[in-house]
Write a protein that binds this ligand. Structure first.
Ligand SMILES: O=C(O)CCC(=O)C(=O)O
Length: 328
């Protein structure tokens, strides 16, 4: 069953580990998200009496503003998400990152090193890493030491990220097929010819496997970095941002959103009719009605007569993307 992913996108997703969709969002959608980021950050700065130059990471951002909530089932991204990871999913995390420019006199450490005066001063210059590979989470990778496929994220730059050195996300194409141990043995230094600095206009989206090695470069531009990541993983894993979402939030969501927010459907016993002797968690044993995204995905396929519905945004395969510049 394919809803939207083209063969070219499938190849990019499997081989490079990510799909770049330039200008996926309209200007109005992108502006709304950027304004929401400003609003949320200003509110938190005020509540916590933080200085304006504070770097921010807001987790469970979807609960902070409806503009972020609307991203989780955005109609032009959801079909691709289902093609990438299936319908038995929920949100693991939604994170907003907000990084004002570095002060002029602050020297940036090398991209992806996680070291340097900027890191020491509290400016995040994130080291190369795959997600979910920490000792606490996945200490014993299977399959020849590689990470299993557990989740994807969709990255949304909400500012003009077309230049180098403005807090760009860097990805190492194909690295999801390598082991986290290899990155550790490389002292987390990824050679320039294995690294891609994403340079994208606001409103673009990148569907990426979080096992891909990635880092965030320093922001030495005059712009404030504003970006979102929406992470989707399987319903039988534990979310990172919440145990249960706020009941008031759940109550005003559609069944598909409720699923994505980790809620179980209906008033039936979530361990099934025979829960006393044969419990079967709804997270594991899914009936069609338990997982609204399943019914939705199947109905999309039926309605389309199994035709492909490619997304309207331009897809950039890595072969066409800008060559990775040398990390500084
Ligand atoms: O782009 C960002 O701010 C963070 C990216 C990252 O390191 C992550 O999502 O794990």
């Amino acid at each position: 069953m394919t809803l939207a992913m083209t063969p070219q996108q499938r190849r990019a997703f499997d081989e490079d580990g990510f799909i770049i969709l330039e200008n996926l969002l309209t200007a109005a959608e992108s502006n709304r998200l950027a304004a929401a980021a400003d609003e949320v950050v200003a509110r938190i700065q005020k509540e916590k009496s933080l200085p304006r130059e504070t770097h921010f990471q807001v987790r469970n951002a979807l609960a902070q503003h409806d503009a972020f909530l609307d991203l989780i089932d955005h109609p032009r991204i959801l079909p691709l998400v289902i093609d990438a990871i299936g319908w038995n999913i929920q949100i693991r995390t939604t994170h907003l990152d907000y990084r004002p420019p570095y002060p002029d006199d602050l020297e940036a450490g090398a991209v992806g090193s996680g070291k340097g005066a900027d890191s020491e001063a509290g400016y995040r210059n994130t080291a190369w890493h795959p997600d979910l590979a920490s000792p606490e989470i996945f200490q014993a990778p299977s399959l020849d030491g590689r990470l299993p496929f557990m989740e994807i994220k969709v990255f949304y730059p909400l500012f003009d990220m077309t230049e180098s050195g403005c807090g760009n996300l860097w990805l190492s194409p194909g690295s999801h097929l390598r082991t986290p141990a290899e990155l550790r043995d490389m002292d987390r230094e990824v050679p320039p010819d294995q690294a891609l600095e994403l340079k994208l206009p606001a409103g673009s989206a990148v569907v990426w496997r979080t096992a891909v090695w990635h880092c965030v470069g320093p922001n030495q531009s005059p712009k404030t970095r504003k970006i979102m990541h929406v992470g989707y993983h399987y319903r039988w894993l534990r979310p990172g941002d919440y145990i249960q979402q706020d009941p008031d939030l759940l109550a005003r969501c559609s069944p598909i959103r409720q699923q994505l927010l980790g809620a179980l459907p209906g008033s039936d016993d979530p361990l099934g009719a025979d829960s006393d002797i044969a419990p079967a968690s709804q997270y594991w044993q899914t009936r069609r009605t338990d997982v609204p995204l399943r019914a939705w995905a199947e109905s999309q396929v039926e309605a389309a007569g199994k035709e492909h519905t490619p997304p309207s945004a331009t897809t950039t395969h890595l072969a066409n993307a800008t060559t990775a510049p040398k990390p500084t």
